[in-house]
Design a protein around this ligand. Sequence first.
Ligand SMILES: C[S@@+](CC[C@H](N)C(=O)[O-])C[C@H]1O[C@@H](n2cnc3c(N)ncnc32)[C@H](O)[C@@H]1O
Length: 239
Amino acid sequence: MTRYRNPRGRVGDDAHTVAGAPERARTPARPHGLSPLSRDAIVRAYRRYAPVYDRLFGGILDPGRRALADAVARAAPSKLLEVGVGTGLMLARYPATTAVVGVDLSEAMLARARARAQALPGRAIQLEVMDAEALMFADGEFDCVTVPYVLSVTPDPRRLVAEIRRVCRPGGTILILNHFSGGRFWWLLERAVRPLAGRVGFRSEFLLRTEISRYDWKIEEVKDVNLLGLSKLVSIRNR
Ligand SMILES: C[S@@+](CC[C@H](N)C(=O)[O-])C[C@H]1O[C@@H](n2cnc3c(N)ncnc32)[C@H](O)[C@@H]1O
């Protein structure tokens, strides 16, 4: 099994101190036609959101998190990785017997997740500042990887997918919760927010066809969640 050690994975609010990080941190990624988002922009945006994130996005995105928790319970993993763990809104919902590792680019968001983890004594929860596009974990280390509301936020979603597939064991479960564009109700808002991706810290236009269906993994279920199908929960078997 390969140990993967990439110093660029260690980032956070002071990303510029990390060897190899500055150039990628400052350069907005414009991967395959998506709106550009740099790591700096993400860290800045989520430093601003951190104090109000739970109030802004806790309730409205919660039905999706509940569906995600149910899917994790069915998979009953021994070891789970959550990428973009944010303020830790999922932590209490994972099975008490599952060892959980959570990573995030934003130290400000993680500080809140740490407080949540402390309120769950007896749980095996490890939280790290780390770039999910350069994970410092071994191949196949996790039975399950969850990606709640992160794939359209990360600078290069295809790099993130390559990394979660690498660290999830073959046959393991990958659960992606995200907004995908093209729905009946949200297109106007998607269009309005599109030029603001760097400022708001997420991309509103993001297609299931180009970002999920393109891989040779096995999509087991796609389920509409949240108000008027705002998001989808995609359950995937890793190959
Ligand atoms: C919309 S928030 C979602 C937070 C949480 N998962 C939830 O359910 O509310 C997106 C989070 O992903 C993090 N993030 C974005 N790109 C990342 C990356 N490449 N590596 C690690 N975390 C990332 C952001 O810092 C932010 O905390």
